[in-house]
Design a protein around this ligand. Sequence first.
Ligand code: NAD
Length: 505
Amino acid sequence: MSELDSNLAKAGKYLQAFQEKTTGHFINGELVTPAGAETYTNTTPTDQSSLGEVVKGTETDVNRACEAAESAFADWRDMSGTDRKKLLHHFADKIVDRAEEIAIVESMDCGQPIRFMKQAAVRGAANFRYFADKAPEAQNGLALHQDEHTNYTMRTPIGPVGIITPWNTPFMLSTWKIAPALASGCTIVHKPAELTPLSAMLLAEIASDAGLPDGVWNTVNGFGEVAGKALTEHPAIKAVALVGETATGSHIMRQGADTLKRMHFELGGKNPVIVFDDADFDKALDAVVFMIYSLNGQRCTSSSRLLIQSGIKDKFIAALEQRVKNLRVGHPLDPSTEVGPLVHTGHFEKVMSYMDIAKQDGATTLVGGDRRSDLGAGNYLQPTLFTEANNQMRIAREEIFGPVLTAIEFDTEAEAVQMANDTEYGLSAYVWTENSGRTMRLARELETGMLWINSENNRNLPSPFGGIKMSGIGRDGGDYSFDFYMETKNVCVAHGTHNVPVLGR
Ligand code: NAD
């Protein structure tokens, strides 16, 4: 039996429960499907077949989940950090126990190749372990001394929070947002993306198995405009962490205004990778290919704009052309697959629309540009490389969110910086050069939340993760996550030596 066949057999087993009964919500420690609930069909991008029915969450469902999170908050907040640490490590153990199932279900639901999803399950557990270890110190603050007073600060969890996640790497991103919220003592209501609800339900089951108290973790399925909106408007919810599109961030900011919610947004990007003539050619080539064609190009930090210096342009583009042609497109459960099907037909069509836009704007489609119809009814696309583009074209300005790279030539460092910054986004950037002085200049000049120099997207959990401009507000990672999920309280203690101002004596 091939590895693909063996994975398909496992998928059949793991997906059976979702196909046999409607996927509902997880509220106050129970899996619930409200009587008479409206549902929608969740399909797999591999061939558009059904993975089962999912409930369309209503405002009433969201209200119940928010009330559960509110009721559970005080006890969870008051649990010692050490006990929370133990529970969250236990949670991570349970993720590891189900890592294969998570990876396979996720691949079938969102189309991401199994080679990457295996890692995503492991990274999800690592997210929980990292923040579990930090739970006992989350409340720590500063001591600030004055002559006659000492101030000290402490952090307290902000309250129940709403976590709204997208479909591109749903499992990993959910754990990345939820682990620090729980470690800091917040309770959560999670609204996963409607296109990929399955791994969120596995997480909810794990929450129950791991023994999280009822109401600490709640999951409501459904659409953004209804369930997501109700969550962002609910008065019990004190903060909303969104990973999604820039336009969604604007909606949520408006929706949360009346209840003055704290917001954390991780949004879209059009990230440049700048390759200079003096770059390590082979490594830069590997990184350029990896950072747009891995994860189906459905990755917020993908480097979707290649800025290539004129001295090496022809040689680099020729090598790139060969590599893009070689990419193995196929079923996401085939371990040899490098690019899988795009998440949904609607998204597939959006990505396909850029093939015509590129032509109209005068770019060259050097590789790809079409559907892989030989692979059946799934959302399979030829990995695509546009060349002879300029930074004003729509393919250089808009987030395509697929395995599609736009290459643009530049001459000077100043020109590269100008083009890199000439975008509404500012999530990440990548620079390849052997000139150390240049790396220092670019680190200062590039308008981006994150910059990788001579590297692809290396991950470090304590480092701040997030964007500037239209790419987001706020940072995740390490203590930055706690700053979002917690309030800082200042306590000022007099030493007993000062005089209080006297009135009316
Ligand atoms: P999306 O914005 O369409 O949806 C994200 C989530 O928001 C979903 O759960 C959706 O139901 C919900 N939502 C939509 N409208 C809402 C509303 N009015 N109120 C409340 N919730 C609402 O995003 P997507 O298409 O699922 O994901 C792709 C996007 O996510 C891309 O733009 C990508 O760049 C971005 N992303 C960013 C990062 C980052 O770290 N910056 C990471 C991953 C993905």
